[in-house]
Write a protein that binds this ligand. Structure first.
Ligand code: GLN
Length: 488
């Protein structure tokens, strides 16, 4: 096996036994990027020099006996998380030349233990989308079929993982952006509970649902990364003080007797028959593992996507107002010989010129939903229904330990196939509920449909990442989907 193909656990052991150094491991990943990323296009920036310096430092830590799980382990981070002195674009031309002056808290936590950042990955502009086609730098290609999308918005991170371009990756999930591409790329995506990981340094999309989380090759790796990046942070007042467990140990515990609820609304009669079959096989597998399966009902599920697409644009319209080319963002006004006679001219030459179509659409939708006269009809109403969806989920989660649903309605679609925004929004149909309720959820592969991977989702109780990781880990151990790899 090549070094870039290792899991965190395997790489950790290799480094510990001195089978190889972090510099060698890092070089292997950088080499892989050079070999395949001209096809996959998962990376926007490759930070080779910083990475090799970081790796050399990690090797010293290891020699000194200071090795932690992630010491010397190369990773790729979604380009919406700020990295000190490393270009951070959010896949938008308006941030084409942004070199942040600070590291996000999550990056700091990874630095502390000597993890090695090797690249920043592609995404839909400002994380708006479900295919990575909205990136201002061009789409990422799915390693399983280069003509298809990797899902989104963390498509670069998920594709990089499927293509073994690093040992783990980091994504963000506002309404599915970790879980959705993980399903399309056949990898593990964990959206932690809202408030579990600091959002400080995550360029804000929808502040009330944004979460950072890992995309990995195995569930065990997901558990290892979660433990490192979780925790309260004085720079993010929505983080909370909660016990952080040794998740990699928790997942080994027995799942016999746990109860999984199957919400009938997530298995409508229109559901793709192949998806339904793969899900049914997974349910049977859980039963064999001693898990009790019961039917539950979440009748307000049908409102999740519409509610999400009122709340999200509303928050976007506010969060993105800072990119006006004055304090934040590119602007032609700053160039010599340019003329701006009034504020509107300034906006035309910054937001007008450098924001993409989907981002503009969301700013307009959100501004409308929040405007006087429409606020009560749209935004306020959406918030009320959000509370109902959230309470309903939490109520059902009192009867069961976790909820199992499909992750995506079908496997990856072709690049350019979905032309209207609405059909793209419907990609989130199984994703939005957990985001609106702030619940932890994990997406993991449950098989293939015509050679393309497909995932299931498990949603857990607030701050109970341990249970969903444990269930996904035992399923993964009993299945062998990971043995098949995309050919590149
Ligand atoms: N597809 C969703 C959207 O477009 C998910 C975005 C996200 O989670 N960042 O809003």
């Amino acid at each position: 096996m090549k070094l870039n193909q290792l899991t965190i656990k395997q790489a950790y052991n290799g480094l510990k036994n001195r089978d190889f150094t972090s510099v060698e491991l890092t070089k292997a990943c950088l080499q892989r990027i050079k070999e395949v990323d001209n096809k996959v296009k998962a990376c926007l920036t490759i930070c080779e020099k910083q990475a090799l310096d970081q790796a050399a430092k990690a090797d010293v830590m290891i020699i000194k006996g200071e090795q932690k799980f992630l010491t010397g382990i190369p990773y790729i981070c979604k380009d919406i998380i700020v990295t000190k002195n490393i270009r951070t674009t959010a896949a938008s031309k308006i941030l084409d030349n942004y070199f942040p002056s600070f590291d996000a808290t999550v990056i700091k936590k990874l630095n502390q233990v000597g993890a090695v950042l090797i690249a920043k990955s592609n995404l839909d502009e400002f994380a708006h989308g479900a295919s990575t086609e909205n990136s201002a730098y061009g789409p990422t290609h799915n390693p399983w079929d280069l003509e298809r999308v990797p899902g989104g918005s963390s498509g670069g991170s998920a594709a990089a993982m499927a293509a073994d371009e690093s040992i783990f990756t980091i994504g963000s999930d506002t309404g599915g952006s970790i879980r959705h591409p993980s399903s399309y790329c056949g990898v593990i995506g964990l959206k932690p509970t809202y408030g579990r990981c600091s959002r400080y340094g995550l360029i804000a999309m929808t502040s009330s649902t944004d979460v950072i989380g890992p995309i990995t090759k195995t569930v065990e790796d997901s558990a290892i990364v979660l433990k490192q990046i979780a925790g309260s942070d004085k720079f993010d007042s929505t983080t909370v003080e909660r016990k952080i467990l040794d998740y990699h140990k928790e997942i080994k515990k027995n799942i016999n007797g746990l109860k999984i609820g199957i919400p009938k609304e997530f298995f409508p009669k229109e559901l793709d028959k192949d998806v339904e079959e793969r899900l049914q096989d997974a349910i049977n597998q859980f039963e064999k593992l001693g898990v009790k399966i019961t039917q539950i009902s979440l009748p307000h599920t049908k409102y999740a996507v519409p509610v999400y697409y009122i709340i999200t644009p509303s928050e976007i319209s506010s969060n993105l107002s800072r990119f006006d080319g004055i304090r934040y963002g590119e602007s032609e006004v700053k160039e010599q010989n340019s003329k701006a006679n009034n504020l509107l001219d300034v906006y035309y030459q910054s937001r007008g010129k450098w924001l993409g179509a989907e981002t503009k659409r969301r700013i307009m939708l959100g501004t409308y939903a929040l405007s006087a006269g429409y606020y009560d009809a749209y935004y306020l109403q959406a918030q009320k229904v959000r509370t109902i969806i959230s309470n309903e989920l939490k109520q059902e989660l009192k009867k069961v330990d976790a909820i199992l649903t499909p992750a995506t309605p079908h496997p990856a679609f072709k690049i350019g196939e979905k032309k209207d925004p609405l059909s793209m929004y419907l990609e989130d149909v199984f994703m939005s509920s957990a985001s609106l309720a702030g619940l932890p959820a994990i997406s993991f592969p449950v098989g293939f449909i015509n050679g393309l991977p497909i995932g299931a989702q498990i949603i857990g109780k607030p701050f109970d990442e341990a249970t969903i990781l444990k269930l996904a880990h035992h399923y993964e151990q009993a299945s062998n989907w990971r043995k098949t790899k995309p050919e590149l």
